[in-house]
Write a protein that binds this ligand. Structure first.
Ligand SMILES: Nc1nc2c(c(=O)[nH]1)N[C@H]1C(S)=C(S)[C@@H](COP(=O)(O)O)O[C@H]1N2
Ligand SMILES: [Mo]
Length: 220
């Protein structure tokens, strides 16, 4: 049975407005271009802490209340509970993350289920080219299928050897490390496979449909 999920906190209207203005101004765009062999994408700076960025409300979810459903252009629509997720292939990942607000964080260590395990289970139709990812806080983001059909993309449930904290999207978040971090939906709830691309929450507010940090795909 699906029960209503409690949302903790208040929507940060001011922050949301500020980020919409940044898209209009093109804030953070360095225009420098990626330097050969660089680890830090253009316009980014390194941080050691792990900032929390979301709309201000966080779903109060324990693993037994979490589930992920997959529908749309797939041959096998599915729904994974926490127990189902734990039965999938598990893997370790180390990555750098890059937020469009210009911070980057190196050497994050994670455990999770490879996205390719989910793709094997749901079997996208030949016509499927994009995903719409929806979260328990009402957030959404779109990602090309080609950008999740990769070895380094996963459903993360452990960060730094500890259960992923609610702040950072626990119990389970998507992690797409080669795109700006807004594509890595926290508290992941649902994925729809689509033929045509559609904007998610930030993409409808001036942010890029793909979001590759190397060519600085910050805004649309
Ligand atoms: N469900 C959900 N996922 C989300 C967001 C959000 O508001 N809700 N914010 C995105 C943004 S803009 C960023 S930068 C990262 C931040 O993740 P963190 O709080 O773990 O640093 O989560 C992304 N995923
Ligand atoms: Mo972000």
């Amino acid at each position: 049975m699906t029960k209503d999920v409690e949302l903790v906190g208040k929507v940060k209207d001011k922050l949301i407005k500020t980020k919409e203005d940044w898209a209009k101004e093109g804030r953070g765009l360095s225009g420098e271009g990626a330097k050969a062999g660089a680890r830090l994408p253009p316009g980014q700076h390194l941080t050691k802490d792990f900032p929390v960025l979301d709309l201000g409300v966080q779903p109060n979810l324990v693993p037994k209340d979490w589930s992920l459903s997959v529908a749309g252009q797939v041959k096998h629509p599915l729904k994974w509970s926490w127990d189902d997720l734990m039965k999938q292939q598990q893997a370790e990942f180390v990555n750098d993350i890059h937020c469009v607000t210009t911070w980057s964080r190196y050497d994050n260590t994670w455990k999770g289920v490879p996205m390719r395990a989910l793709l094997d289970a749901c079997r996208p139709m030949d016509t499927a080219r994009f995903l719409m990812v929806k979260s328990f806080d009402g957030y959404s983001t779109n990602v090309p299928l080609a950008d999740v059909d990769r070895d380094d993309v996963f459903l993360g449930h452990t960060w730094d050897n500890k259960p992923l904290a609610r702040d950072h999207g626990g119990p389970v978040r998507l992690v797409v490390p080669h795109l700006y971090f807004w594509k890595s939906a926290k508290w992941i709830r649902h994925i729809t496979f689509m033929e045509k691309d559609q904007p998610g929450y930030w993409e409808a507010r001036g942010y890029h449909m793909r979001g590759d940090p190397w060519p600085e795909e910050r805004y649309s």
